[in-house]
Write a protein that binds this ligand. Structure first.
Ligand code: ATP
Ligand code: MG
Length: 222
């Protein structure tokens, strides 16, 4: 399976989710490769820390840039069970190229107006790509959701997105939790014993199930 992370806004947690989910996938016994297509190299650096610290399971990570990314992904897909692809926070040649061969496109979005305003652009990219990859399963996941229990940002954002019928909207929200920042320093995930955070781990595992094991309806019934 080729699962691609991207969008039209920086800092939404794409690279963080890529690495946390890749680790979970590998812990599940899958042979997983992270493909970092962002010259910022956040995922590559995370993976390098993990390798340097010899944390098991090892997460292989390669950097690939340019328009022929889709060909490289096809080659790697023959060797690995899963490819998890990270892209930068704007539209670009790597995002377009990977979308042509991806099985799933996941766009992490913060439940804030400035982020929601970018969804029209993401929607039009998905629609353009549908002409060459009509099977692409496109999903929105809300990230960095406020933990304050009086905040209605998550519910409001889900309601705002209800009309985006191109997307499955993940029922799971990833909350703003310091554990995601701390674990990055160690090259570990929020689920691993060394750096486990129960609340972050629970949310991450719910999202993992929703993306990899549940092809049911999202919160918008798509
Ligand atoms: N759920 C979260 N809770 C708290 N901090 C988070 C969360 N997700 C990501 N972060 C932090 O936010 C910052 C940006 O995260 P990350 O690099 O994953 O975003 P990105 O979408 O990949 O950014 P870019 O668009 O620049 O590639 C990092 O410092 C990361 O540790
Ligand atoms: Mg990133």
């Amino acid at each position: 399976m080729i699962i691609l992370f991207g969008g039209q806004k920086g800092g939404t947690g794409k690279s963080t989710l890529v690495m946390n989910l890749a680790i979970e996938r590998a812990r599940d016994g899958r042979d997983v490769l992270v493909v970092d297509t962002d010259k910022q190299a956040t995922a590559s650096k995370f993976a390098a820390v993990r390798t340097a610290r010899e944390v098991a399971p090892h997460i292989p990570c390669v950097q690939i840039f340019g328009k022929d990314l889709w060909k490289e992904l096809q080659h790697h897909a023959e060797r690995y069970d899963d490819l998890i692809v990270d892209t930068r926070g704007t539209d670009g040649v790597e995002l377009r190229s990977a979308m042509v061969v991806a099985d799933m496109f996941v766009s992490p979005v913060q439940p804030a107006q400035a982020d929601l305003d970018t969804l029209e652009r993401v929607q039009s990219i998905v629609n353009e790509v549908a002409t060459v990859n009509p099977e692409l399963d496109s999903r929105l996941v809300f990230t960095r959701v406020p933990t304050n229990w009086v905040s209605t940002d998550f519910q409001d954002a889900k309601a705002f997105c209800a009309d985006y019928s191109e997307f499955y909207i993940c029922a799971t929200g990833i909350r703003e939790r310091v554990a995601f920042k701390r674990t990055h320093t160690y090259g570990t995930s929020v689920t691993e014993a060394e750096t486990r955070d129960v609340r972050a781990a629970t949310e991450l595992l719910f999202l993992y199930e929703e993306l990899f094991n549940d092809r049911g309806k999202g919160s918008n019934g798509q």
